[in-house]
Ligand binder design. Structure first.
Ligand SMILES: Nc1ncnc2c1ncn2[C@@H]1O[C@H](COP(=O)(O)OP(=O)(O)OP(=O)(O)O)[C@@H](O)[C@H]1O
Ligand SMILES: [Mg+2]
Length: 244
């Protein structure tokens, strides 16, 4: 039995809900305790009481409607967000692909951004230079690799991002819906790469609105609805309930 590499234990995440303050500065000063209490109590719960575990080599799919809390879960795993309460334990190197163009600089070329992104994601300069040709080849960006990425289309940015994370050496791979903007051929290439990662015991957390990709890759599926877990189970069962 492999041990869990990600543990969410009664995790909640809320954001302050900003309200327009009536009465101006004078009201604020004279009613400070009340105003403070109302600000403190106005929170918006993005995740409510979420508990699950992911084991080494397991692929977990996350599905649900827009705004349900899927990307928030990935942000919490990556450590870019902190839970409001509950406990999160993540043991292992993470390769995150959370947002189109995240960690890239618009004025640098594709080639320069690969180096920058590789270093941000924990490789040494020597390691990334060694992998550079392979990453560029995988991206199939051709001569665009020498262009600043501000001229890239969304699909080209996704190609660049995935090509970098696909050549890191992670224990956990986080993919947030990025593949959807790639063309069919590149999507297939990414899916094959993810299946390869799985064979090498990399844990994958895959957020997608493509049910067929989820079923293809994932061992279990987490359906998030109304900011909490609706079902966590075998892909065919969860997908059947979700789509009906
Ligand atoms: N920084 C923030 N401050 C306040 N609310 C936020 C913040 N970030 C996200 N939210 C809210 O949290 C909820 C969940 O957002 P999240 O991005 O996790 O949804 P999602 O399931 O990934 O949706 P999608 O399918 O559209 O990508 C949304 O209602 C969103 O408005
Ligand atoms: Mg999202």
């Amino acid at each position: 039995m492999s041990s869990p590499i990600i543990v969410f234990d009664h995790v909640r995440k809320s954001y302050p809900l900003y309200q327009h303050m009536k009465g101006g500065t004078k009201h604020l000063l004279f009613h400070l305790p009340n105003v403070w209490r109302s600000i403190k109590n106005s929170t918006y719960e993005v995740l409510k009481d979420v508990s699950f575990e992911v084991k080494t080599g397991e692929a977990l799919g996350i599905i649900g409607r827009n705004g349900a809390g899927k990307s928030t879960i990935l942000g919490l795993i990556a450590g870019v967000l902190k839970p409001s309460s509950g406990k999160i334990v993540v043991t292992g190197r993470i390769s995150p692909l959370l947002e189109l163009g995240a960690g890239f600089h618009p004025e640098l070329t594709g080639r320069e951004n690969i180096i920058l992104n590789g270093i941000i994601l924990g490789l040494t300069k020597t390691e990334i230079i060694k992998k550079l040709d392979e990453i560029i080849e995988f991206s199939e960006l051709g001569e665009f690799i020498e262009q600043p990425i501000r001229v890239y289309s969304s699909g080209m940015l996704a190609r660049l991002g995935f090509s970098v994370v696909a050549h890191l050496n992670p224990d956990i791979l986080l993919i947030d819906e990025i593949l959807a903007v790639g063309d069919l051929e590149f999507q297939k290439k990414c899916i094959d790469k993810m299946i390869g990662f799985k064979k090498n015991r990399v844990a994958i957390i895959f957020v997608s609105h493509s049910i067929s990709d989820i079923v293809r890759i994932c061992d279990r599926v987490l359906w998030i609805e109304n900011h909490t877990i609706k079902i966590l189970g075998e892909p065919p069962d969860v997908v059947k309930s979700y789509t009906s």
